[in-house]
Design a protein. Structure first.
Length: 93
């Protein structure tokens, strides 16, 4: 199942906005038991690490780390945000 992130905006920033997007995704995404959830960044101009961390953490908690996939992109904002997330400890709520 593919989620087009551009429907949440072209510039995706802040943890609160990511939290809201994650809640919206979880209410509309109904994947089959083993279906992957693919995050598609096409059409997104910029993604902040906090927004992306909130979305990934929420979806991975709900559906499992192996099922939530960021589709390949050449967007430097996405690439750098993923690097930041991978080097930071998980946030606390």
């Amino acid at each position: 199942m593919k989620i087009l992130l551009k429907k949440y905006g072209q510039i995706l920033t802040s943890r609160p906005a990511g939290h809201e997007a994650a809640l919206a995704m979880k209410t509309t995404v109904k994947p089959a038991n083993d279906e992957a959830i693919e995050l598609d960044f096409e059409g997104v101009l910029s993604v902040g690490p906090s927004w992306l961390d909130e979305v990934l953490s929420s979806l991975r908690t709900e559906y499992g780390t192996d099922r939530v996939i960021c589709l390949p992109t050449r967007n430097p904002s996405v690439i750098e945000s993923l690097r930041v997330i991978d080097t930071q400890p998980p946030h606390s709520k």
